[in-house]
Write a protein that binds this ligand. Structure first.
Ligand SMILES: [Zn+2]
Length: 236
């Protein structure tokens, strides 16, 4: 008869413990190709697939019936990195305010379902478009920054999506439901690709690093080990 030796702590518990540690410390292990897990209280979690070249997501969408909400995703980067439009649209807001700093809002559609969508880009370092401007998918609309009141101070883009609901109303939506490549499949912008404009679908709001399998065209961005080192220093 053989006996198996049980680990002092079951492996799933260890993994959950590590995940909790990552969340509470705000630690981002990689600056590209990584996405944070959802908070446990989020009801409709999506399996997120990140292209290797996509700037990492440090915080996911959170909507609960009570308590704290985070109605968007946080995309990390360096101050001054490009922020790009996720679909064709018209700029319906470009302004600054104390909490979220420099903000750009773009209205898209209506799509084949007759609904408009609104995308919102916050904490920008600079705004490069004005209210009324018509913008194309992939167009640079601002730069990533730290403006407004940023908990932790890590430079990031706070990105939100709203879908039209009824006359004049809008509801917050998890951005991961609306990528060009499908639910949960983060899609890098590619200047050489053609996109179906009859449905609302987004490409990533930050250019992906070239040299990866799903790269963005026209945005040469070489490996920057300095960034990773800087981030580690910040988080220690
Ligand atoms: Zn955020």
């Amino acid at each position: 008869m053989t006996t198996s030796t049980a680990l002092p702590v079951p492996l799933p518990v260890l993994t959950a413990g590590l995940a909790a540690l990552l969340l509470t410390s705000g630690c981002v292990p990689q600056d590209h190709g990584w996405a944070s897990v959802y908070k446990p209280e989020q009801q409709n979690k999506i399996t997120v697939v990140m292209p290797a070249g996509a700037p990492s997501i440090s915080q996911q969408f959170l909507f609960t019936t009570s308590g704290a909400k985070h109605l968007g995703i946080d995309v990390i980067g360096k101050v001054g990195d490009p922020v790009i439009a996720v679909a064709n649209g018209r700029v319906t807001g470009s302004f600054t305010e104390p909490a979220y700093g420099n903000r750009v809002e773009i209205t898209h559609g209506p799509d084949a379902s007759g609904r408009q969508s609104l995308t919102v880009y916050k904490h920008l370092d600079r705004r490069l478009v004005a209210k009324g401007d018509v913008v194309a998918r992939g167009q640079r609309i601002g730069t990533l920054g730290t403006t407004g009141m940023l908990g932790g101070g890590i430079p990031h883009l706070h990105f939100e999506l709203y879908r039209q609901a009824g006359a004049g109303g809008k509801v917050s939506a998890d951005p991961h439901r609306f990528w060009v490549n499908g639910v949960g499949r983060v899609t890098c912008f590619n200047a050489g690709a053609s996109y179906d404009s009859s449905r609302f679908a987004m490409t990533y709001p930050a250019p992906c690093r070239t040299g990866s399998s799903d790269q963005a065209a026209g945005q040469p961005a070489p490996e920057e080990p300095r960034q990773a080192a800087g981030l580690e220093a910040l988080l220690q």
